[in-house]
Design a protein around this ligand. Structure first.
Ligand SMILES: Nc1ncnc2c1ncn2[C@@H]1O[C@H](COP(=O)(O)OP(=O)(O)OP(=O)(O)O)[C@@H](O)[C@H]1O
Ligand SMILES: [Mg+2]
Length: 213
């Protein structure tokens, strides 16, 4: 596996130049690329673009959210989204199968309306040239997340100005059913501490994409 640089490269798009993605293509570190960033930084949106423009197959870490029934057992139902509310071991097992080029691997999706994972939703064919794994915790310095990182060829970290990111996150919580006060309370209590963890881990990224707001 490639050694990571001492500090991540910084890539700043000049506006919304359509060729910006072309500039990134040569920097792709291998077949399995991680994309990380704080909640609401735009990981899923970016990964969808890589799927549309580069033919990438996307595996969302969000598909490895524990179901509510397990979160209740772990006492984490009111903090869904913290690192321990994910099945990191399950993600690592799936990535091993992807790396082994098993003929057909089915990844789980995350159903935002139900706020639950959905098994068997996303096919990852063995001949996929690029698999993008997107999620917040791919660079955390904890054993179960280091095991995930070891299965990625490189990780790009997306960063948005904090106020823009937070505003978009709040809007998304409201779009999916929270009233504005509940959304603000949830962001302050759960998402903000998670964002701080993710930003602290960004120093281990191969590339930081500093996106304009
Ligand atoms: N360039 C953009 N302009 C405006 N809104 C955007 C832009 N990119 C993403 N968004 C919106 O911001 C919100 C967060 O984006 P997205 O869901 O891609 O973030 P994420 O990093 O995947 O978040 P999470 O960690 O919660 O999964 C979404 O509602 C998305 O539609
Ligand atoms: Mg997302």
């Amino acid at each position: 596996m490639r050694r990571r640089p001492a500090s991540p490269l910084l890539w700043q798009p000049d506006g919304v130049r359509p060729s910006a993605l072309d500039d990134l293509r040569p920097l792709v570190p291998g077949r399995v690329l991680g994309v990380t960033g704080a909640p609401g930084a735009g990981k899923s949106t970016f990964a969808t673009r890589l799927a549309a423009e580069w033919g990438a197959v996307v595996v969302p870490m969000d598909g490895f959210h524990c179901a509510d029934v397990e979160l209740r057992r772990r006492g984490l139902l009111d903090r869904k989204g913290v690192p321990d509310s994910f099945d990191a071991e399950g993600l690592a097992a799936l990535l091993r199968r992807v790396r082994d080029r098993e003929e057909l691997v089915l990844a789980p999706a995350f159903e935002r309306d139900l706020e639950q994972p959905l098994a068997g939703a996303l096919p990852v064919p063995c001949d996929a040239d690029l698999v993008v794994v997107e999620g917040s915790y791919l660079l955390l310095d904890q054993p179960r997340w280091r095991a995930v990182r070891a299965l990625l060829d490189g990780v790009w970290h997306l960063r948005l100005p904090q106020d823009v990111r937070r505003r978009r996150l709040l809007a998304r919580h409201v779009e999916f059913g929270k009233d504005p006060a509940t959304a603000e309370a949830w962001v302050s209590r759960v998402d903000d501490p998670n964002a701080a963890l993710v930003e602290a881990a960004a120093e281990r990224a191969d590339l930081v994409l500093d996106l304009p707001g």
